[in-house]
Design a protein around this ligand. Structure first.
Ligand SMILES: Nc1ncnc2c1ncn2[C@@H]1O[C@H](COP(=O)(O)OP(=O)(O)O)[C@@H](O)[C@H]1O
Ligand SMILES: O=P(O)(O)OC[C@H]1O[C@](O)(COP(=O)(O)O)[C@@H](O)[C@@H]1O
Length: 369
């Protein structure tokens, strides 16, 4: 449509700009990538050397850069955009929001999230079958979600087989009255089985200080395996109270991330890509292409990078989850920040992303002509 002759793929994330050869892309090369999981370009953490990246863009004569990834990637794109602007280069920088975690703010959802939720159902179904088939069975599923529990929350709501969903945004405790272990014992006594879904970032603070972890190359906290730790704690508890229990632990995290995208994500990806290109061709730069309240928009980087999208546990969606699982909130009044105690009803479809959409500024014509 625009007569573009040369498209280069950057191999292996940000460091690929300066440490690797580019991968020529054409319609033949990308013809069936939507049917495969993963990425033909490769991915990595770390490696964001802004000067070298922008040098590489400049040296190669690149005039449009499309950067695909999660909230960290969008922050990286924003830094590149600033440097390009500082140097006065005529290069458009555009972000495409791709992450299964759905932790990018403002937009309705990121590309990959729907697929992850759908695939998580398989693991939850398996956990349910195993739990039902064993005496006092517990099916325990760990899902991704380092800081944001969206996959766990939506998979739980979709499945309706889950008795307890634990996410990073909602603190919980194990022992004593109102604690998780007491709840599990009660639910098992009532139903004879249960399913627990856990986002990997949940309950990290409960694990021993001796298991203190570092950060990955991107600066993300390296998580301790809360799934294994929690399943062992549950087993120890049932041993202590001398009650039979069969816990089956399922960790489908990388299997979920590796599947090809589903139909809904394929369509979404097409919209994101087309919209991103139209924006750059129209002369815009410094934005992430995304769906907001069902409409394709161009969102200036400063709105994307100012915060992370997290589950708001005082919002309606989490309330819906609590009523669906009938789990306790595990919260005392002290766990709810003052300003969250009286949240006004928000005028969106699902209670999420409200903060970002009410006053989205018009696209600033951050254009390098
Ligand atoms: N504040 C930042 N400034 C510059 N680059 C960043 C920043 N945060 C993240 N990046 C770059 O983006 C990459 C991807 O971020 P990461 O958090 O690993 O994944 P995701 O994009 O899925 O959130 C990082 O490896 C790093 O190169
Ligand atoms: O082990 P890796 O490759 O660093 O990835 C694990 C992390 O990936 C995430 O799913 C984010 O992945 P995406 O950005 O690809 O969606 C986190 O939830 C998880 O902690």
């Amino acid at each position: 449509m625009y007569g573009v002759k040369r498209i280069l793929g950057i191999d292996g994330g940000y460091r690929g700009f300066y440490a690797k050869n580019t991968i020529p892309l054409n319609s033949k090369v990308v013809n069936d990538i939507h049917k495969r999981g993963g990425t033909i370009l490769g991915t990595s953490r770390g490696g964001h050397d802004t000067t070298k990246i922008v040098d590489s863009i400049q040296d190669r004569g690149i005039n449009q850069v499309y950067i695909i990834g999660g909230d960290g990637t969008q922050r990286g794109a924003s830094v590149i955009f600033e440097e390009i602007r500082r140097r006065g280069l005529k290069v458009a920088v555009v972000g495409i929001p791709k992450t299964i975690d759905n932790d990018i703010p403002v937009i309705d959802k990121s590309f990959g999230f729907d697929t992850a939720v759908e695939e998580a159902q398989r693991a939850i179904n398996a956990a349910h079958v195993e739990a039902e088939s064993n005496e006092n069975g517990i099916g325990f599923v760990k899902l991704m979600g380092r800081y944001s529990g969206f996959i766990a929350m939506y998979a739980t709501l979709a499945s309706r087989d889950v008795d307890c969903c634990l996410i990073p945004e909602s603190p919980f405790y194990l022992e004593g009255e109102g604690g998780l272990l007491e709840f599990i014992e009660k639910r098992i006594k009532e139903n004879g089985h249960m399913v627990i879904v856990l986002a990997e970032g949940a309950g990290q603070e409960l694990m021993s200080k001796s298991m203190e972890s570092n950060t990955d190359a991107s600066g993300n906290k390296l998580l301790k395996d809360v799934g294994l730790w929690l399943s062992q704690s549950i087993k120890d508890y049932f041993k202590k109270i001398n009650m039979v229990m069969n816990l089956k632990y399922i960790d489908p995290t990388y299997m979920i991330r590796a599947v090809p995208s589903n139909a809904s994500d394929n369509v979404y990806c097409t919209l994101l890509a087309q919209s991103a290109v139209h924006g750059a061709m129209a002369g815009y730069t410094g934005y992430t292409s995304g769906l907001v309240n069902g409409r394709q928009t161009y969102i200036p980087y400063y709105r994307i990078t100012e915060k992370q999208n997290n589950v708001v546990i005082t919002d309606r969606m989490w309330a819906r989850l609590l009523s669906s699982t009938n789990q306790p909130s595990f919260l005392g009044p002290k766990d709810i920040p003052e300003e969250k105690k009286e949240m006004p009803e928000k005028p969106t479809l699902d209670g999420e992303n409200c903060d970002g959409v009410v006053d989205i500024p018009p696209v600033t014509k951050e254009i390098t002509k």
